[in-house]
Design a protein around this ligand. Structure first.
Ligand code: SAM
Ligand code: SF4
Length: 329
């Protein structure tokens, strides 16, 4: 098992399969951003399979495909199938904006992706178009329904909560999730890249949102305080009388670094050890220089040693220059 310097087991890798995207969400990427990695800098499917295989051999069980928008990488289902078959990989998931999900849901499910997270900040077509700079709500809804039909489960809705933008829509989103059997996760904006920092003007403290929702819905907190053992950073409540859960991801108002179990691999083969720090390790040069499997595992161990104790989004909000689309959220 991979254990970092702070005794945290690392059992989860987020793999950004592309830094490109068919949307430009206001908190993620600048409107006219074009500085993408070139195709010869992208890890090939063979290279990705080797890296994830090495992580799995070292005890990483969970892999999430993300981006940019992962569905814009050609032949993604093929890659998903290859990764899902690797010994040790127990859980393969996908984060998507769902703009192209309707046509890919079936293939993704057949390839071994069981569960998905879909970014959806608004159920109002105009607000959705504005926050995503051009997104079509109807396509996302079609994608969600296709995912449900394909049997992807659970489906989690990721909603970045923004004061003055979609705050008033949170109860409607809860109702939408109850109606369709989705889990809702509310996320605080993070100062990652200039776009993330600008979105900080709309920062909404989710502790307050949670209190407000408690006045409207009967919320049940589990004995673990809503923390899922081995799970992600969300703290969950359940809505009484339903199976619906709401998760609160609060990197700013209540950070969860002490339980961080993950690392991130960019499409260029850079391993990022923390979303809120610049510590990184370059794997692509090693792969292209012909490193063997033992060497690759040794390099990963070396990289894990670089994982910092915590982010400093509050103390040093200007630190992270790269955009969220590079590391996949
Ligand atoms: N394109 C896919 C999507 O939107 O789900 C996957 C990549 S996206 C970078 C992953 C997640 O990061 C999304 O849920 C998005 O809302 C979130 N995200 C992006 N920038 C953020 C920011 N500055 N603060 C908080 N969350 C952010
Ligand atoms: Fe694209 Fe996802 Fe970033 Fe939005 S959050 S611009 S959909 S990568």
């Amino acid at each position: 098992m991979l254990i970092d310097r702070f005794q945290r087991p690392i059992e989860y890798i987020r793999l950004s399969v592309t830094d490109r995207c068919d949307l430009r969400c206001v908190y993620c990427m600048p409107k006219s951003f074009k500085d993408f990695a070139e195709p010869d800098e992208w890890l090939t499917f063979d290279e990705i399979e080797r890296v994830i295989g090495a992580f799995a051999a070292l005890g990483v069980k969970r892999v999430r495909l993300t981006g940019g928008e992962p569905l814009v990488r050609r032949d993604l289902p093929e890659l998903a199938g290859r990764l899902g078959r690797l010994p040790g990989v127990e859980d393969l998931s996908l984060s998507t904006n769902a703009m192209q999900l309707a046509k890919h849901a079936e293939a993704i499910k057949s390839a071994g992706v069981h569960r998905i997270n879909v970014s959806l900040d608004s159920l109002n077509a105009d607000t959705f178009r504005d926050t995503t700079r051009g997104g079509r709500l109807d396509k996302v809804i079609d994608g969600l329904m296709a995912a449900k039909l394909a049997g992807l489960n659970p489906i989690k809705i990721n909603m970045v909560a923004m004061r003055g933008v979609n705050e008033h829509e949170i109860p409607d989103m809860v109702d939408f999730c109850i109606e369709h059997g989705f889990t809702l996760r509310l996320i605080e904006t993070m100062p990652v890249g200039d776009s993330g920092r600008d979105a900080g003007d709309h920062y909404l403290d989710l502790q307050r949102v949670r209190a407000d929702l408690g006045k409207r819905f009967d919320l049940i907190t589990s004995v673990t305080g809503g923390v899922m053992p081995g799970g992600g950073p969300a703290r969950y409540v359940q809505i009484a009388g339903t199976d619906t859960r709401i998760g609160f991801i609060t990197p700013i108002s209540q950070h969860f670094c002490e339980t961080c179990n993950r690392v991130r691999l960019s499409v260029e083969g850079t391993l990022y050890l923390c979303l809120g720090q610049n510590d990184r390790f370059e794997l692509r040069p090693l792969l292209r220089a012909g490193i063997d499997d033992d060497g690759l595992k040794a390099a990963i161990l070396e990289a894990i040693d670089l994982k910092p104790e915590r982010h400093e989004f509050r103390e040093e909000p200007d630190k992270i220059v790269r955009f969220m689309s590079l590391t996949g959220g």
